[in-house]
Every structure is written in structure tokens, then in C-alpha cells.
Design a protein around this ligand. Structure first.
Ligand SMILES: Cc1ncc(COP(=O)(O)O)c(C=O)c1O
Length: 401
């Protein structure tokens, strides 16, 4: 842990300007290569015989490169992760009453995709240390109507895919067989799991290239990865009105300019993740021994992408005291913190009404203690040290309350 002298010295630095937001509005790093790629793609499209359409080069090149990066057979580029999640759920052809188990501690997108595809959301609990969908709770909530397990690779760490897939195989659906696992990896691009990249395991995985994410295709975009030929065909077709599979569809295409920039961003991704990981590990070392802060956990077989640096306060500090800690970090030191996320049914009425009678008390308790402290690949070592020092100082101040 930083000594008192280290803390004083680090805090002698001015507050970062502009302040570090909890989730910086550009989560990646852009440079001249992205600008050049966008300009070149626009110039190419200025040829009247080419224009911007349809699903033309470099979109297939970006898809192939992304599939290779994940070690998958297929990748389908989309205009944002939301439609990708919708497609993945719709590919299951859910019937009324069919259930999908999804962690309650979640962004709204995945549960809304279940709802949109006509399924019944079943809330799963998260593991209190990894914040990932808990396989034991999933096993307890399976019924003959369970059609899918839908983890989110929370905050950049992989969900326990092997355990979740084992639960799905051990309790097959009476008609459809082994229950598939579909992952929401919107926050986890570039993370690793047991020697594979996130995106390899499970029936399908959906990534986001939104402006705040680990990499971005001009602010919006996404990708669905899969090894399954039928899911691949379905998503590719539904992305463009569904005619090839004779299913409902709409237009969710990515543009050529986005794909051109995506190829450059993908080339940077390993470096961006390495920077996040180094900053996170160094921060954890600087906080080591501070009893009130439990830093993020990285299982030995996972490579956390550290989209967020997710901490816990002790039970005695749950709720209001955790909130004061976050407020102090922001107001006194210019460091943003965010609760990512509370159970989705607490913030979206439509989800609460759809799942009336269901609760996830363990997850509710954990998220009263959880908070994420700003992290970004462009953060300097001095800023990271300042953040660790500010957290230590805020904890010491609150200890006296
Ligand atoms: C966990 C999770 N899932 C899905 C999404 C939706 O991604 P997009 O904005 O690309 O549709 C987000 C975006 O914030 C997210 O954090």
C-alpha cells in the first residue's frame, strides 16, 4: 500500500483536468490512423459505382479479422450491441412462457432482448466476488421451460463459461437439448478466458463498439461471434431484413467507414487492454492492505479487460457510506465513480413488472457495496497513483465519521 508520505506526495499534484469520469466518453484511444482509415473509406465511397453499400469491403475484412481475434468461425458486424443481443435471442425462436436466465446485475440491454424476443426473464444472482452470473444459482433456477443462459461478461471479466455450459448440458431442454449459453460481452472486448478470447465459448457472443467501450467504431457498432453455422446465417440475414432465412428482420448494418476504423482499432486492442491491465494491477498493489476496499478479483484462468475497476466496501459501509465515498472522490479529487450496475429491475419499470415476484437479494446486497473507479488506457502512471492516493485519503476520512 502507498505510505502516508506517498499519499501526500501524490495528492500534491493538481486534480486531473479535465476530471476523469467514471466511464470516460471515449473508452478507447484514437489517432491519425483512425482518421486516415475513415478518410480513405469515404474517398473510396465517393466513386459513384461503389458508394457506401452494401456490406462491402472492408466490412467482411473487419468481420474476418474479429473472428480470427476471438478464435471463432464467424463474426457478424452490426450497428450496435443492442440489435446483436436481440438477434441472438430471436434466433432461439422463443415461445410464450420460455425462460431465459439472465443476471439481475446488468445493463438493461440483455434483459430487454429477452423481453423483445417474447421470452420470460428469470433473474439470476451474481457471485459476490466476481460479479458474474452464479452457475449454482442458475442450476437452482432451471425449469423444463429454460431455453437459454444469458450471462453478461461483467465489467470486462469473463463469465464462468465452462461451468455455465456444463449446467446447460447437464439439464437439457426436453425438446431442444442442451441449454445454450449466449454471452453479452459489450464491456469485455479483448478479455481472455482459459487460454481463449472472450467470444469463443458459448453459442454466440455479442460485443459493443459504443464510444465508451474498450474499442469503438466511430461511437456506435457491435459484433456477434459464433461457431454455429445456423446462428451465423440467421444473424447475417436478420441484419438485413431476414430474407435469406425467411424470418422477421430489419436493417442493423455497420457502415464501411466504421469497419475501416474498426480494423485499426482492432489492431490497437491488445495494447489498449495491456494498458488497462497494467494500470489496474498497479492500482491494486497501491491499495493492498487498505481494509475497507476490496479491489477487483481476477481469477487465475482469466484475463480481465478492466473495462471498469470494480471494488467493494465492507458491509458496514454499504449504501449511504459507499455513496459518500463516491461523492468525495468526485467532489474533492475530480475522480468519477459509478455503481455498475444495480439490479436492472430496480431501474426499469417494464422489467420490474415483467418479473413481478422475483428478487435477487444477494445481488441487491452486493450492489449496495459495489462501486467502480475510473480507469482508462490513456491514464498516466501519475494519475493512477493520484487516484489510489485519493481513495486511501477518502477512506481514512470516512473512517472517522
Ligand atoms: C453490458 C452491456 N450490454 C449491452 C450494451 C449495449 O451496447 P450498445 O450501446 O452497443 O447497444 C451495453 C452498453 O452500454 C452494456 O454495457
Amino acid at each position: 500500500m502507498l505510505t502516508e508520505r506517498d499519499v501526500k506526495e501524490a495528492l500534491r499534484n493538481p486534480r486531473p483536468e479535465p476530471p476523469w469520469k467514471a466511464e470516460p466518453l471515449l473508452g478507447s484511444v484514437y489517432g491519425e490512423a483512425e482518421i486516415q482509415a475513415a478518410v480513405d473509406a469515404i474517398r473510396e465511397a465517393m466513386d459513384i459505382s461503389r458508394g457506401f453499400g452494401f456490406s462491402a469491403s472492408p466490412i467482411p475484412e473487419f468481420e474476418e479479422a474479429f473472428a480470427r481475434h476471438c478464435g471463432c468461425r464467424y463474426a457478424v458486424a452490426v450497428n450496435s450491441a443492442g440489435p446483436g443481443l436481440d438477434m441472438a435471442m430471436r434466433s432461439l425462436n422463443l415461445q410464450p412462457g420460455d425462460e431465459v436466465i439472465v443476471p439481475s446485475v446488468n445493463y438493461q440491454a440483455a434483459p430487454l432482448a429477452v423481453l423483445g424476443a417474447g421470452g420470460q426473464i428469470v433473474w439470476g444472482e451474481i457471485h459476490p466476488r466476481t460479479f458474474q452470473l452464479d452457475p449454482e444459482d442458475v442450476a437452482a433456477k432451471l425449469t423444463p421451460r429454460t431455453r437459454a443462459i444469458f450471462p453478461v461478461h461483467m465489467n470486462g471479466l469473463s463469465a464462468p463459461m465452462d461451468e455455465l455450459m456444463a449446467v446447460g448440458s447437464e439439464h437439457p431442454h426436453p425438446v431442444h437439448g442442451p441449454i445454450p449459453v449466449i454471452g453479452d460481452a459489450a464491456r469485455a472486448c479483448g478479455g481472455g478466458y482459459k487460454g481463449t478470447r472472450i467470444g469463443k465459448k458459448g453459442l454466440a457472443t455479442v460485443f459493443s463498439f459504443h464510444t465508451m467501450k474498450n474499442m469503438t467504431t466511430l461511437g456506435e457498432g457491435g459484433m456477434v461471434t459464433t461457431d454455429d453455422e445456423a446462428v451465423h446465417r440467421y444473424c447475417r440475414s436478420v441484419r438485413m431484413y431476414g430474407s435469406e432465412v425467411e424470418a422477421w428482420g430489419t436493417s442493423n448494418v455497420m457502415t464501411k467507414v466504421q469497419a475501416a476504423v474498426g480494423l485499426v482499432q482492432l489492431g490497437r486492442l491488445d495494447g489498449l487492454i495491456a494498458s488497462r491491465r497494467r494500470l489496474a494491477h498497479e492500482r491494486t498493489a497501491m491499495l493492498e492492505g487498505l481494509p475497507e476496499i476490496t479491489p477487483p478479483y481476477e481469477p487465475p484462468d482469466c484475463e480481465h479487460s478492466f473495462y471498469l475497476y470494480t471494488c467493494l466496501v465492507p458491509e458496514a459501509w454499504a449504501g449511504a457510506k459507499r455513496d459518500r465515498l463516491m461523492q468525495r472522490m468526485d467532489e474533492e479529487y475530480g475522480i468519477g465513480c459509478v455503481i455498475a450496475n444495480r439490479p436492472a429491475y430496480l431501474s426499469r419499470k417494464i422489467l420490474a413488472e415483467h418479473t413481478r415476484g422475483q428478487k435477487t437479494p444477494l445481488s441487491e446486497a452486493v450492489t449496495e457495496r459495489l462501486f467502480c473507479v475510473s480507469i482508462h488506457p490513456a491514464m498516466t502512471d501519475a494519475e493512477n497513483r493520484y487516484i489510489a492516493a485519493a481513495l486511501i485519503r477518502c477512506v481514512e476520512d470516512l473512517r472517522r465519521e
